[in-house]
Design a protein around this ligand. Structure first.
Ligand SMILES: Nc1ncnc2c1ncn2[C@@H]1O[C@H](COP(=O)(O)OP(=O)(O)OP(=O)(O)O)[C@@H](O)[C@H]1O
Length: 312
């Protein structure tokens, strides 16, 4: 559905994006994550045919941005990170204005506008002036406008930015709903955890280069250098015995005794650690918990974009 090959944009000597290869299938909800200035907007604007690449290719449904931009524009809806709404228009008038620009006329226009207001849950504001909407409502209005021509592909630039927690949840639910409608969506953010649970794939971009591009669970695995086990005995008094038994084990890099569990950091190359619980049980320890610690997404993101935190 969306494919980019060696996609590159240079401004002077500086690379805004460098050799980006993406391959998204119909129905993918792709989280495009990176710090400010990483190249997310540049990539999306090229796919939307609003910007020409320096070299490389981008295809939407097999159409090339170089040779078939018109076909692509019909298929794509692009929502920029900031857009203005007109002061003197109500929500309905605003959408009807853009529907007219898409040459949707007559009854079809009214029907389409009503459908979009329903999808983004903004019907209750239909007669309100667009400039009186909250940031979350404005984003939803922007999304409705982006979808007026029923694009199969949505490119949404930071739709969650500046939203309060409640509006964020609403927008995430809306993204899920659009995914279920079968749209192929690229949604950008500079915060990985905020998107990870709605997207099926994520790409992490830093300084114009795509660092990781895979399913959410795979990305976490890739950035995880060491497996960490959380070991909790049935009896608290046995924590120090666990630490003593494991600290010099050949597969263990180190142990860290906490309040109610021992964290065991395995050596980087270790994959099979099935002998460790066996060893503990043989030494008379009843285990309440023996699990891999989940790597939180914030740490994963920071590990992948090392040294760029000052640019965020
Ligand atoms: N017109 C331009 N002229 C020169 N440099 C540009 C231009 N547009 C973008 N850049 C540079 O290209 C790089 C990528 O910018 P881009 O806007 O794609 O990043 P981004 O990931 O979308 O960031 P943000 O989250 O801040 O929007 C940045 O270093 C930016 O300064």
């Amino acid at each position: 559905m969306i494919k980019t090959v060696d996609l590159t944009k240079k401004y002077g000597d500086a690379f805004a994006i460098r050799a980006i290869d993406l391959d998204l299938e119909p129905g993918d909800l792709f989280g495009f994550i990176g710090p400010n200035g990483a190249g997310k907007t540049t990539t999306m604007r090229i796919i939307a045919t609003l910007l020409e690449p320096s070299w490389g290719e981008a295809y939407v449904c097999g159409h090339s941005v170089h040779t078939q931009p018109k076909e692509i524009r019909r298929l794509v809806g692009y929502m920029p990170d900031f857009f203005g709404v007109y002061d003197d228009m109500t929500v309905v008038e605003y959408l009807e204005f853009f529907a007219a620009a898409y040459r949707i006329g007559g009854d079809a226009r009214k029907k389409r506008v009503d459908e979009m207001l329903d999808v983004v849950d903004l019907d209750f504001k239909r007669d309100a002036y667009a400039n009186t909407l909250s940031r979350g409502q404005t984003q939803r209005l922007g999304l409705a406008r982006t979808m007026l021509h029923d694009p199969q592909v949505l490119l949404l630039d930071e739709p969650l930015s500046g939203l309060d927690p409640r509006a964020r949840i609403e927008m995430r639910n809306l993204l899920r709903k659009l995914g279920e409608m079968g749209k192929t969506i690229i949604v950008s953010s500079h915060i990985l955890p905020e998107l990870a649970d709605v997207c099926n794939k994520v790409g992490i971009i830093d300084r114009g280069e795509l660092k990781q591009n895979a399913k959410v669970t795979e990305v976490i695995k890739m950035v995880r250098e060491h497996t960490v086990l959380v070991v909790q005995p049935a009896q608290r008094g046995q924590m120090s015995t666990i630490a003593d038994l494991l600290k010099d084990h050949a597969k263990v890099q180190g142990v860290d005794t906490g309040d109610d569990a021992v964290r065991v950091v395995l050596k980087a190359e270790v994959e099979d650690y099935s002998d460790l619980p066996k060893l503990l049980i043989e030494n008379g320890i009843a285990l309440k918990q023996f699990t891999e610690e989940e790597l939180d997404l914030e740490s994963a993101f920071m590990a992948l974009t090392k040294g760029t935190s000052t640019r965020m």
